[in-house]
Design a protein around this ligand. Structure first.
Ligand code: SF4
Length: 86
């Protein structure tokens, strides 16, 4: 099974398994493609090769990357990223 085939505990299929109650939302309309989020956590954030805007590799990051995800969200210059907790 690849990372992309794992199923979350809520039943939806994500690109990685859901191991924490965190959910990221990315507003691609606000994103300015700075890439800061990718520099901070490239297992969660990527950039589109077409427009340079953020692409989430998973919207339910595990606890092992929580600190770097929070840092990336805090320092997004466009305030395009947000985090909610279940
Ligand atoms: S840090 Fe913010 S503006 Fe920069 S690529 Fe990521 S989401 Fe877009």
């Amino acid at each position: 099974m690849t990372a992309g085939e794992r199923t979350s505990r809520t039943g939806d299929t994500g690109r990685t398994g859901r191991t924490a109650g965190l959910r990221i939302t990315a507003d691609r309309e606000r994103c300015v493609g700075s890439g800061m989020c990718v520099l901070n956590e490239d297992s969660v954030f990527d950039q589109s090769e077409e427009d340079g805007r953020v692409v989430l590799l998973t919207d339910t990051p595990g606890p092992e990357v929580e600190a770097t995800v929070r840092y990336a969200i805090q320092w997004c210059p466009a305030r395009a990223l947000s985090l909610t907790e279940d």
